[in-house]
Ligand binder design. Structure first.
Ligand SMILES: C[S@@+](CC[C@H](N)C(=O)[O-])C[C@H]1O[C@@H](n2cnc3c(N)ncnc32)[C@H](O)[C@@H]1O
Length: 168
């Protein structure tokens, strides 16, 4: 974990707070703009080999997953399987962008303490390779003390860009 906290993440963190002199747009307005652009919301279970319950036609060009797979998987093997399941939704040559927690064992959602599988960087790389992806970029940073809020025990955050091979 050698990268500093990415500037874009700092901006995102600030943008999710209340309006400020530099970002006067309330988060509710951001939410409204995002929802306006959604065309469909599909239920998904990443633990099913067929995560949407039916093949995705046409398959997806890209997949973005943020802080999901490690938060819903009981162990590293389940994490790897979940990654392969969602990867099956991509077309050949499709891209996956993943971000997630490293070394996290729990997070608090209100009074609920939810388990997380603590991942090392190599667990993510191995799972991507095992799911048939080519790893294009991998970055991470260690959680700075200022962002340790007590709602979890996360050590750091990873960002991975991986690609499905084109069919031969
Ligand atoms: C830690 S939250 C992350 C939410 C959001 N992506 C974010 O970054 O704030 C984990 C999410 O996984 C969802 N989830 C739980 N079990 C799941 C499953 N089997 N398949 C897919 N998603 C699941 C939960 O509903 C929750 O929204």
């Amino acid at each position: 974990m050698q990268d500093p906290v990415p500037t874009s993440l700092c901006k995102l963190g600030r943008s999710l707070q209340d309006p400020s002199p530099t970002d006067p747009e309330p988060w509710q307005e951001k939410e409204r703009r995002l929802r306006d652009r959604l065309r469909r919301i599909l239920p998904i279970d990443v633990h099913r080999p067929d995560p949407l319950g039916a093949p995705l036609r046409p398959p997806a060009d890209a997949l973005l997953s943020a802080f999901c797979l490690e938060a819903v998987s009981p162990d590293r093997a389940a994490f790897a399987r979940a990654l392969a399941h969602v990867g099956s939704l991509l077309r050949p040559g499709g891209h996956a962008l993943l971000l997630g927690a490293l070394g996290e064992s729990f997070y608090l959602a209100g009074a609920a303490r939810l388990p997380v599988v603590p991942l090392a960087e190599d667990d993510v790389r191995t799972a991507l390779t095992g799911a048939g992806f080519a790893l294009r970029d991998f970055r991470s940073y260690a959680m700075p003390p200022a962002l340790r809020t007590g709602v979890d025990d996360v050590d750091g955050v990873f960002f991975a860009h991986a690609q499905k091979p084109l069919e031969a």
